[in-house]
Design a protein around this ligand. Structure first.
Ligand code: DCP
Ligand code: MG
Length: 242
């Protein structure tokens, strides 16, 4: 049966509203991303960035149009195969009650200790873990040690990386990282050669991407590289200057 091989993603005339409402949240989106490319998604709060993300691993289904992965409609994949190939790092990092190892390996119970550590190194959280009282055995979550927002984000990124996803989706997951740490993280991500969707508020992150998608009220306001958007989108210029 179908599995994700390359990680190409295409949106074809995609519109979406949540089941409990008639208000369109995404309106007629069309774009495509080749395997291994990075797409940065920008847009003000409520513009539909997280909603767009959720349509790829089918946390919600489109109401109109199609989302294609490797040229095939996501509706045609067995859902567990689809989700196995996609690493989603949610906007609010979720920690489970358990050890650091269990938290990184969650959903991939066959991960070896080397794989866990390597994911942690790439997610730029290994050094922090080494300083914890019981390193990778340290308990987090309920009655466990407290981690900062940025540390939780990086654990959550490590959890996605350990699965070696073909498609990696980061929902504002680097918002709490300083520029230097974020730079190291983005560099490490390149070694995974996965297709990467990165929702960000930072122009410095967007500039590094192959494509930028600027969403405005659920529609594509602009699509292109940083240079192209500077020339074509007054809204993008406004964001850059703010
Ligand atoms: N919405 C909804 N029901 C949900 C989630 C969102 O009706 N379960 C609405 C709220 C917004 C619109 O959908 O009007 C888009 O919400 P998103 O969460 O997709 O917006 P962003 O991710 O762009 O916003 P933020 O930057 O605040 O995360
Ligand atoms: Mg969001």
């Amino acid at each position: 049966s179908l599995t994700i091989n390359k990680g190409a993603v295409e949106f074809k005339n995609v519109s979406f509203h949540y089941p409990e409402s008639d208000v369109p949240v995404l309106r007629n989106l069309s774009f495509s991303v080749k395997p291994g490319e990075t797409l940065a998604i920008l847009g003000s709060t409520g513009s539909g960035k997280t909603s767009l993300f959720q349509l790829v691993p089918r946390l919600y289904d489109v109401t109109e149009g199609e989302v294609l992965v490797d040229g095939k409609n996501v509706m045609n994949y067995p859902i567990e195969k689809l989700r196995k190939g996609i690493g989603v790092v949610p906007q609010e990092a979720v920690l489970f009650t358990g050890s650091i190892t269990e938290n990184i390996g969650w959903g991939k119970e066959d991960a070896t200790s080397d794989e866990i550590i390597s994911a942690a190194v790439d997610a730029q959280i290994h050094e922090t873990v080494e300083k914890l009282p019981n390193q990778y055995d340290t308990r987090v979550g309920q009655r466990g040690v407290n981690l900062s927002g940025g540390q939780k984000q990086r654990l959550s990124i490590a959890r996605a990386l350990v699965r070696k996803p073909k498609i990696l989706m980061l929902d504002d997951s680097t918002s709490a990282l300083d520029l230097k740490t974020e730079g190291k993280l983005l560099k490490a991500l390149r070694t995974y050669s996965c297709t990467t969707f990165i929702i960000t508020q930072k122009i410095s992150t967007a500039m590094e991407a192959d494509h930028i998608l600027l969403l405005d009220d659920g529609a594509v306001e602009a699509w292109g590289t940083h240079e192209e958007l500077l020339n074509t989108s007054p809204l993008y210029v406004k964001i850059v200057q703010s």
